[in-house]
Design a protein around this ligand. Structure first.
Ligand code: MG
Length: 372
């Protein structure tokens, strides 16, 4: 019997790669649901190939033979109705939070690629997962690695988690050069091929900040460190109390992390991934927090708790959008985030309503500060 898979964000980078994995294991999996944003052409091709039962899209599409959901809340409605064994949550941004909340209540497996929902509402997400017996298998390469390294020992013996960071495309640049960085340069990552938002986040290293919060939330470990590792071979490390450190290595390949989230706890042969050549040497460098302060800012937000991690995440989401529309410069992104964190509405108790209100406040603040 094949397992039923639903993919949210099917036309994005992770969604497309998840479908590659499904194609490779077509005996084991069948696609029952596809949810997409704007890319109707690709969605239409995916419908023709995978013949899902449920399809959701922000835009209208030709929906013959499927249960169709259309419009702004399409993903949420599909999340409520579609009954899948494994859901790949690969929508980007905070918009994933409401469909994710619905899927968490099904008590099945979620392959979680979205980090914003867990950063903004981490406790709510992990508590709901626990209550309904839902397994969350992270797809983010670092968190997939940590998840696997944690299987070696016991949680009480974990001393710290160390995330690796490639440093992004501008790690070797002088910060004065940041002023001239264009959206086209920022979306080009040296080791990973990814969507626009996450590529910009990698370049500012806000991504590592989000991942620090994500790791603390997902694994319930407070001590999270990070190290620069330009080759992206070691995907993360877990240090245990006895002084041993466990690492997970492979050439950078997102399909590996996606596949593991589907085949967990197995590491099935996939034919597509070449094993790491361990005769090569690897580089690890200390982070440069003066030029890239975002991870340190994220750690402060984590310590502060409440709405602070959500404010970090949402302020970045809005600032990156402004940058991609050329309304602010690359060098303005992190200062804009820091500025938001100091505002009165950026603290307080964390709730779903609080996050929605926070989002409105941040949008209004940054739109007024940087008028188009
Ligand atoms: Mg990552």
């Amino acid at each position: 019997m094949s397992e039923r898979i639903a993919i949210f964000g099917s036309t994005g980078s992770i969604g497309v790669q998840a479908l590659n994995v499904v194609r490779r294991f077509s005996q084991d999996y069948c696609v029952v649901g596809l949810s997409a944003g704007e890319n109707t052409d690709l969605l239409q091709k995916q419908i023709a190939e995978f013949r899902p039962e449920f399809v959701a899209s922000v835009r209208s599409f030709s929906s013959e033979g499927v249960r169709a959901f259309c419009g702004a809340d399409a993903a949420l409605r599909m999340a409520e109705e579609c009954d899948a064994d494994i859901t790949v949550m690969a929508m980007s941004g905070i918009a994933a939070l409401s469909p994710l909340s619905a899927i968490l209540k099904k008590g099945r497996r979620i392959a979680l690629a979205n980090k914003e929902a867990i950063v903004c509402a981490g406790d709510l997400v992990t508590k709901t997962a626990k209550r309904y017996g839902t397994d969350i298998i992270p797809v983010d390469s670092e968190h997939s690695a940590v998840f696997q390294c944690l299987r070696v020992g016991e949680r009480k013996d974990v001393k710290k988690i160390v995330l690796t960071a490639s440093g992004g495309p501008f790690y070797a640049c002088h910060s004065a050069d940041f002023r001239s960085v264009t959206p086209e340069q920022a979306v080009h990552h040296p080791t990973w091929k990814m969507g626009k938002k996450i590529s910009v986040d990698s370049a500012t290293m806000v991504n590592k900040g989000l991942e620090i919060i994500e790791a603390a939330r997902l694994f319930g470990v407070d001590e999270i460190d990070y190290v620069i590792h330009p080759e992206s071979i070691v995907h993360s490390l877990v240090e245990y109390a006895d002084g041993s450190t466990v690492a997970l290595m492979s050439y950078p390949n997102m399909e590996l992390a996606i596949q593991y989230a589907l085949t967990y706890p197995r590491h099935k042969q996939n034919g597509g991934v070449r094993p790491f050549d361990y005769r090569k040497s690897l580089t690890f460098l200390p982070p440069d927090e003066a030029r890239f302060p975002a991870p340190a800012i994220a750690k402060e937000c984590l310590k502060k708790g409440g709405l602070a991690p959500a404010a970090f995440c949402i302020a970045d989401e809005v600032a990156v959008e402004l940058f991609l529309h050329r309304r602010i410069g690359f060098a303005d992104i992190v200062p804009a985030v820091r500025d938001v964190l100091g505002l009165p509405f950026a603290s307080g108790e964390c709730s779903l309503e609080g996050i929605a209100e926070l989002r409105q406040n941040i949008c209004a603040h940054l739109q007024a500060k940087f008028p188009g």
